[in-house]
Design a protein around this ligand. Structure first.
Ligand SMILES: Cc1ncc(COP(=O)(O)O)c(C=O)c1O
Length: 521
């Protein structure tokens, strides 16, 4: 696993350090603390020549004899390179930066920083006019030291966020701002170029043929059902152990959700119970990839094929997960995801996407998303106002910069939670070996949940329950409960509790969460 934070030292900071002037003592502390706090120090390779030149001149103007300078510089360089790595990547392929540059050396450093894109990185400089060209953030040595140590003091008992969106934003802020700024400049707030670009990137990511961005995950599900022609009275098989949106869209179209119980270990729909629920009114199967882990899609797709039914994966929680080497959202007829801010790939508002390999369904979704129009003011179907804003697409594009890293971290953190839970005999939601979970939620099973949640609250650790009631017990949905045939969902709803989780969760924080849980269970 790489470092948590990255500091690129500017020439002026290093020269001050060598001359023991200005903020040299802070920089010294910064360098000493970096290793202990999992921070990687860098120097841009293009800065090395400047450093050599500026340092020699500075020593000379301070009266240091040339022969002493000649001896000192290589030693200082060697010492520096023992602590900092050299950052390359400022070649001609970064010419877009150079064409915007107001200061060529600053631009070289900004270009070099691109190889760390998506991670928590800042340039440490004393130069208040250092032009980062919107590529990275900059801090003085004092600010950088505080930033570097910030997480350390947070990492143990202080407030642990349920999902640390602030740390993610700190890492991606320049990219996000650049994306928003571009939209503000071109002004195409609806269906601007970022919408198409995001759809292209997401099709490439998932491997599906089509991606249609929409206003939310709920809208993705609704538009998908409309695209396959769901009518009043139709039945859709789904799970009761999910967020309300899954069933809500079915009912909104006048159709009936038919609830099939879940597995007690994964909390996903029990594929072995689906076939018995199929009637001649069944028009689709809608599994949910709960907590970030796909359901048994092969089995579900096989049943669907037998009865010629489409399968819609509600992948609102599982973007980035894999099932037998294929990406969630590309595991069935249609995949629907959500970019709600706290989802594994989130924007800063509402957003979602539909994925399919079916040209006809894709076209239907595209038209339904814009009021059912096949050309301007020509409405061939009933549709909705369901587009995703250009600004939100720009934000997701920026978030994609470190998404691979985030997924990797989620896998590592989830695996570490699993090990700790298993070591201490705590019961947790299980993951199957042939698929990954992106752990939209990390969920454990408890017998005395209310009591434990109260204690967690006292310890300043947020928890959540996904979900306290199965949908067939919700007042508005009781009419769809033919019999009490979902005992596992009922039981899970009483026992599940989700813990803090996210790509930026620190080991110290995780240990603290587990320690509190152990002391209570
Ligand atoms: C399983 C599931 N389905 C659907 C949705 C709806 O997504 P959105 O909030 O983007 O409308 C969510 C979001 O919470 C979800 O978790």
């Amino acid at each position: 696993m790489g470092a948590n934070k990255h500091l690129i030292l500017d020439v002026n900071v290093i020269v001050d350090l060598w001359l023991e002037e200005g903020s040299s003592s802070v920089t010294e502390t910064l360098i000493m603390e970096a290793a202990a706090s999992d921070t990687q120090l860098w120097v841009a390779s293009a800065a090395m020549a400047t450093l050599d030149y500026v340092a020699r001149r500075a020593f000379k103007t301070r009266g240091v004899p040339p022969n002493v300078v000649a001896e000192m510089i290589p030693q200082l360089m060697e010492n520096l390179l023992g602590r900092a790595k050299v950052l390359t990547n400022h070649g001609f392929e970064q010419s877009d930066i150079y064409s915007r540059a107001t200061d060529f050396e600053d631009a070289q450093t900004a270009a070099a920083a691109r190889s760390l894109a998506g991670q928590m990185v800042c340039i440490v400089t004393e130069d208040s006019s250092f032009d980062t060209l919107g590529e990275i953030s900059k801090k003085t040595p004092t600010e950088a030291l505080a930033w570097m140590l910030e997480k350390e003091s947070n990492s143990a008992k202080q407030a642990i966020p349920f999902i640390d969106l602030a740390a993610q934003q700190a890492a991606l802020r320049p990219m996000i701002e650049r994306g928003i700024e571009t939209v503000l400049r071109h002004g195409q707030y609806i269906m601007g170029p970022e919408v198409k670009l995001l759809e292209e990137k997401l099709t490439a990511y998932t491997g599906s043929k089509h991606c249609i961005t929409v206003a939310s995950g709920t809208e993705a599900l609704l538009i998908s059902l409309m695209a396959i022609g769901i009518q009043p009275g139709d039945e859709i098989i789904t799970t009761p152990f999910t967020f309300i949106a899954t069933a809500e869209v079915i009912v909104l179209l006048g159709a009936k959700p038919v609830f099939v119980d879940v597995e007690s270990d994964t909390c996903n729909i029990d594929a072995s119970k689906i076939e018995a629920a199929i009637t001649n009114k069944t028009k689709a199967i809608m599994p949910v990839s709960l907590y970030g882990q796909p359901a048994d899609m092969d089995e579900i797709n096989a049943i669907a094929a037998k009865y010629s039914l489409p399968v819609i994966e509600d992948a609102a929680q599982s973007f980035g997960a894999e099932y037998k080497g294929k990406k969630s959202c590309n595991l069935s007829t249609i995949g629907c995801t959500s970019f709600f801010p706290s989802k594994p790939l989130g924007c800063y508002g509402d957003g979602g996407a539909i994925f399919t390999n079916d040209d006809v369904i894709a076209q239907a979704c595209r038209e339904i998303r814009v009021h059912g129009q096949s050309k301007r003011y020509w409405h061939t179907r009933i549709g909705v106002g369901g587009r995703m804003d250009t600004i939100q697409c720009a934000i997701v594009l920026a978030k994609l910069e470190r998404f691979d890293w985030e997924v990797q971290r989620r896998l590592e953190i989830g695996a570490r939670y699993n090990t700790l839970m298993d070591e201490h005999g705590m019961i947790r939601v299980q993951q199957r070996a042939d698929r990954t979970s992106v752990f939209a939620q990390y969920t454990v099973l408890l017998d005395n949940r209310e009591q434990i949640q109260g204690k967690f609250k006292e310890a300043g650790i947020p928890t959540a329950v996904h979900y306290p009631f199965p949908l067939n017990q919700q007042p508005a949905y009781r009419q769809f409960r033919s019999a009490d045939n979902t005992p596992v969902s009922n039981e899970m709803a009483k026992r599940v509790m989700s813990l803090p989780m996210g790509a930026d969760l620190q080991e110290g924080q995780q240990d603290w969460v587990v320690r509190v849980l152990r002391s209570l269970s």
